[in-house]
Ligand binder design. Sequence first.
Ligand code: NA7
Length: 495
Amino acid sequence: MDDVSESAASSHSAGKEPIRAAVIGAGMAGILSAIKLNERGIDVVVFEKGDRVGGTWRENTYPGLACDVAAHWYTYSFARNPEWDSLMAPGPKIREYFEGVARDRGVLPRIRFGQEVVRLDYEGPGWRLATATGHEDRFDVVIVATGVLHHPNVPHFDGVETFNGAVFHSARWDHSVALDGKRIGVVGTGSTAAQLVTALVPRASRFSLFQRTPQWVMHRPNPAYTEAEKAAFRADPATLDSLVQELRTRTVEGYATAVIDQDSPQLAAIEHLCQENLEKVRNPELRRKLTPDYRAACKRLVMSDGFYEAIQQPNAELVTSRIDRIEPEGVRTADGALHELDVLVLSTGFQVDRFIRPTKVIGRGGRDLDDAWADGPEAYISVSVPDFPNLFLVNGPGSPFGNFSAIETSEFQAGYVMQLIDGLIRGDYREVSVTHEALRRFEDERQEAGRNTVWVTGCDSWYLDKKGVPTSWTFSYDRFVQEMAAPRMQDFETQ
Ligand code: NA7
């Protein structure tokens, strides 16, 4: 038992009420938060509106689903997995991994499945929580682990209700719909669409990709690990650790540096690789249509080892004319052409500015989170919002979203949050939240740094808010690691 769990236990044994924590969401960040709270001897309840753990890996089940971050890096540091079969893991294996960790670390009995949190009211020092089923409870601390890629962005196309075939969003896959030998259309050219194209072109009789904006695509092969390599990982955790370190360093030094510095040699190297990959497209007209007019990595970089091959197949067409409407037989584009389809997949991304919302969150002094975030969601170094004490975000606004391990960044955030919670356990304070001044100072600096990122070099993407300001971490990855090391208590108000 460490110092903190001793003190949690001793406050309990001394007759004081033990700290109770609610975690909202049982995806990657919720499982992590529950484990960390558990380690401190805190009574934790996880509220999950679904019926299984896994978050985005539960909700996305589309053909070709995989994580484009290296599997060994995309694991919890305390639950490395020597069994990954290849450099990048398929979605179902990742979901199984989370289910295994939740089971093995005692998280499952703490989860209330089918309980959607609809309201949080601050009743100092603590939160009253209400779920859609009418359940109410009180917690000293709330950790918001509701994910980012969660609420599908479903564009409206006129006539969609008249379509004779099946139409659904990529994150709401209808597995009752047959795919083999069918005429399949996909709208969108993001990371999801690239995986769908690669997986579905070989199965479709005819495949249409409806592209609004071309994407830069980096070639990323997915080599399998040999049995000998897996045996070495099993036998010696140090071997696995050094692999993780290598994978991490490669991405942090390459990609993370590239995206925050438009003039960096790292960005130039990425551009060169993407340009070289594009040369795989032999037909000059098709290559022209697939060539973006903005810089590589401006949108989230698509990693693929099969997209260009698939889109060049004789049964595949790239449609660049705007979608005008949907008709019973298929998609009518602005050039007048009708693209006849049996299945239409909307691979159109997510509403990434929601975070905990639509849950109603009323903070100190009746402050509504919707009002606090009226101009866009903000959180001090991604974890705390003024006037919302003892409420902490994992993967909150300003987190380093990108082509690196969201598990690692969540672990840093959870470690930071636990230090703030340790103060509650020790009795240093009963409530803690960032000051308005500290948030403003941080946000001004974060937004200023955003001007030098590649995200603002002339493209639109889910990395930008409505005003074109980056929503992600705009500093170096090293700075994120440093900031997360320990809270600067002068930036917080406590009582
Ligand atoms: P993304 O990366 O947000 O991509 C969405 C795609 O859908 C993108 O190509 C959009 O085109 C396209 N889109 C969105 N709305 C429309 C409409 N109305 N008409 C035509 N095309 C449209 O989502 P993904 O699911 O691929 O990836 C999300 C993240 O998941 C990914 O970055 C990884 O982190 C995992 P646009 O480029 O805006 O013209």
